[in-house]
Design a binder for this molecule. Sequence first.
Ligand SMILES: NC(=O)c1ccc[n+]([C@@H]2O[C@H](COP(=O)([O-])OP(=O)(O)OC[C@H]3O[C@@H](n4cnc5c(N)ncnc54)[C@H](O)[C@@H]3O)[C@@H](O)[C@H]2O)c1
Length: 389
Amino acid sequence: MWHWRTRPRTIAALLPRHSRHPPSQRPSIASALEPLYNLPPRKHSMAETIRVGIIGAGWPGTAHAKGYQAAGGFKVVAVADLIPSRRKALRDELGIAREYASADELLAGEPLEAVSVCLPTHLHAPVACSALRAGRHVMCEKPPALDAAEARQMHNAAVKAGKVLMYALQRRFGPAEQAARMAIDKGYVGEAYHARAVWTRTRGIPRGTGWFTHKEKSGGGALIDIGVHMLDIAWNLLGQPRPASAFGITHSRFRSLLADDATYDVEDAAFALLRFDGGKSIELAATWAINQPPTQNGTVCRIYGTSGAIEVYTPAGPVLYRDFAADGTCRQNPLKTPRLAGHAALMRHFRDCIHGKATPSAGAAQGVTLMQMIDGIYRSSRSGKSVKL
Ligand SMILES: NC(=O)c1ccc[n+]([C@@H]2O[C@H](COP(=O)([O-])OP(=O)(O)OC[C@H]3O[C@@H](n4cnc5c(N)ncnc54)[C@H](O)[C@@H]3O)[C@@H](O)[C@H]2O)c1
């Protein structure tokens, strides 16, 4: 799976950066090779197996449960949802032992090591904090919270409990995104200093169980819902620089697309420019609805560096541009992608963090910074001015 030019030469080079730990905490060679060579999950002893409960059985709850099964080392033992048919469907599909009618009932009723919080955004902070206080590790859906103040409460609860809090920013663990990360780490683009990150939908206002368009429950619209993924990917690929300022504008123009009288007090489009310490920058665009042909729907992520660039999403996979001539012509190298990706890779990382073999890459602290950037864009849009972060 490795290209001959990029094949790592040592076992140390195979280990993700965050897992280069002191010898006593180093992962075994077998577990380091497991994701890279797509080996079947290592057998875990009963004592090592992490019992996990899924709270919220919509699309993300199902994706988490399948991710745990694919990652190995977890046993999904319970599911909770207010809607009986949803929890039953997930239980039947994956053979989950028990079901509960609410988050509170699951937290009170199950001896678990970890939970996935896959609930509407206004419930992330309260449910994640009570799970952490009850001694559970938490994988919480994106966006981290309604705002940075809530994300800080969650961070503090995780620190106080001494438990892992991670966010389900699974796109960061996508095959193209991981390949881009590896190429940047190897210095192929020089210093990565600017990113263009875009997710536009022509007509794609999410409804869920009715809360997505209600600011009190969602925190906002397209920016906090899908912009958060693109912002996270770009920020991570630039090396997680410290945000300095944000300038942004949001629009709410497509209320008429909803057939019912649901609350619609959020934006359906957001555009922003973020500056970071050290002079790095991100331009971000996210739309749930905009007048563009549906053929223009989708994601763009371009990383620009001092000696090269990466286009993360192309029909042929991620591409590295380098060896630029004076007239701008350059060589194009397709990047090899790892096979273990998405929720399976996310959950494997969660497992390694729980076992103390890795530090969360999309953890409690990163959640606070992401929400500070999002809050800043909303503040800037309201004031019409650039705001300090
Ligand atoms: N990572 C991703 O790519 C991705 C994709 C979609 C949604 N999400 C996120 O996942 C979360 C949930 O989104 P969704 O699309 O599933 O929403 P949804 O409205 O479809 O589902 C939410 C579920 O939570 C259940 N629920 C609400 N309160 C509950 C409680 N107290 N106890 C138990 N269950 C309860 C509801 O019955 C419902 O089934 C949101 O934060 C959303 O942003 C992430």
